[in-house]
Design a binder for this molecule. Structure first.
Ligand code: ADP
Ligand code: MG
Length: 477
């Protein structure tokens, strides 16, 4: 009998505000410990939280982008628990009435089909501080800089059926939060992390199995590996006659295993109740409209538009992984209307992406800007150079040798389109290859490529390929 995995994710996205969700302290990453925690974050008695309006706008932005319902009225609640990095003894979160309900995102599966993953909710909450166990012998340090940092917790329905689907979903949400500018998505710094809820059931049954929750996964790879591992572990336990206990587990990437951290608490362990220090959060239609007006064209839409320009769906998807890439691509098209979009897409996804990757640069820091790339592609489109030579010109541009036209002129790369010169080069090659000529004429068609190569070599790659083909065919035939 086969098993079906069931997975639901809780993603924590740190909202890109400058100050905290309930205080004026800075949220910038990397400050010395406890230099960005004010009395509110420290949980001093008598202080009052004040809600950061920007955090609300960012949550609304997300709600609109996923087609969810933004609640006209939502409530902040206290989630009570003790932990050294939580000085108040409770975390301010949202419980019964979250700011966003429903919505969905689509993921692309390996076979090219699409699947909808439904979202349950997204709610606002504050982050806790950090316990530092490494720097002190026999002691733990507490850094409260992160306490009070605004988070959007994005909860999915248990709609994923494999580790791959879960990773695809996490990538999709990551793409989206960055695209709409609500989270920097930096996973090393913990700005985007997730808990994976995993269960298994007999294939063909409806009832959900008991789940475990793997905490704090901060890379797509770890997410996938942790889930794969947890699925195997659960199947083994059940097949050995055991039962899965609902619990929280930790993934250890070094050992590639999950281990139990604590038995899972139930909601009522937290004694949730509405925070008496905070008013209900009311969001009116005018705010919704104002936020909606600033939403960019979303990645799916944009990719679909690229497909209408004749770009294959997979390439369009790659162009829209990041908004900056899509912007760059469209700037190339705007500056070079004579260039086929499909060709421009290949350059952006191909040579440019490889160069950026090698240099460890984002596209906004590209050494070849959109206008410069457009100028290069125009020279291919108007037959000044071949696509092959264009790669060399691109490399020279990347190395800082100047613009496409300068490099083509300085290096004498202009294509030979003068048929007299081409014919002379062909004649020379033919004269120097009597054996190949005889074989070719005896029916060894493959040798045509040999002649093309020889002429290209003789002309330094500058022969116009189409013209060369035609002339060569005539001369050999
Ligand atoms: P909690 O708040 O206690 O973590 P929730 O009911 O809010 O629990 O669910 C959290 C996540 O767990 C959601 O993403 C949900 O889809 C997922 N989930 C719930 N039940 C299961 C299950 N049996 N198997 C896998 N995932 C589940
Ligand atoms: Mg949970």
């Amino acid at each position: 009998m086969s098993w079906e995995p069931v997975i639901g994710l809780e993603i924590h996205a740190q909202l890109a505000t400058r100050s905290k969700i309930f205080s004026g302290a800075a949220t910038a990453y990397g400050a010395p410990p406890n230099t960005q925690a004010c009395l509110v974050d420290l949980g001093y008695p008598g202080v009052l939280p004040v809600l950061n309006a920007e955090a609300v706008r960012l949550a609304v932005r997300f709600g609109l982008a996923i087609g969810g319902t933004v609640a006209p009225r939502s409530i902040f609640a206290r989630k009570n628990y003790f932990y050294p990095d939580l000085p108040k003894g409770y975390q301010i979160s949202q419980y019964e009435l979250p700011v966003v309900k429903g919505g969905s995102v689509e993921i692309l599966l390996d076979d090219g089909s699409r699947k909808t993953v439904r979202l349950t909710r997204a709610h606002l909450e504050e982050d806790a501080g950090k316990s530092l166990h490494e720097s002190f012998q026999g002691l733990s340090g507490i850094d409260l800089n992160r306490a009070g940092t605004p988070l959007l917790e994005i909860v999915s329905e248990p709609d994923m059926r494999s580790a791959k689907e879960a990773a695809a979903y996490m990538r999709r949400v990551h793409q989206l939060v960055r695209w709409i500018g609500i989270c920097d998505g930096n996973m090393q710094e913990g700005s985007f992390r997730c808990d994976a809820n995993v269960s298994v059931r007999r294939a063909g049954t409806d009832k959900l199995g008991t789940r475990t929750e793997i905490k704090n996964l901060n890379s797509f790879r770890f997410l996938e590996r942790a889930i794969l591992h947890e699925i195997d572990r659960q199947i083994e336990v059940i097949e050995d006659g055991g039962r899965i206990v609902q619990e929280t587990r930790l993934y250890d990437p070094d050992r590639d295993e999950t281990r139990s951290m604590r038995s899972k608490e139930e909601a009522n362990d937290y004694r949730y109740f509405p925070d008496p220090d905070l008013l209900p959060l009311e969001i009116d239609a005018a705010t919704l409209d104002a936020v909606r007006a600033t939403l960019p064209e979303l990645p799916d839409r944009r990719a679909a538009r690229f497909v209408t320009l004749g770009i294959p769906a997979a390439d369009a998807a790659q162009l829209t992984l990041e908004r900056d890439t899509a912007d760059y691509f469209e700037a190339v098209l705007a500056a070079a209307p004579a260039v086929e979009p499909r060709v421009a897409a290949n350059w952006v996804n191909g040579d440019l992406a490889a160069a950026l990757n090698d240099a460890g640069l984002g596209i906004t820091a590209s050494r070849v800007g959109a206008a410069a790339l457009a100028a290069l592609l125009l020279r291919v489109a108007d037959n000044t150079i071949s696509g092959k030579i264009a790669k060399d010109v691109f490399a020279a541009m990347w190395a800082g040798e100047g613009g496409a036209d300068d490099i083509i002129a300085a290096r004498g790369l202009r294509q030979i389109t003068d048929s007299g010169a081409l014919e002379a080069a062909i004649d020379k090659v033919i004269a120097a290859s009597p054996n190949q000529l005889a074989e070719y004429r005896a029916g060894k068609d493959k040798l045509f490529g040999y002649f093309v190569g020889q002429v290209m070599k003789a002309t330094g790659g500058k022969a116009n390929p189409q013209q060369l083909n035609e002339l060569l065919r005539r001369k050999l035939g």
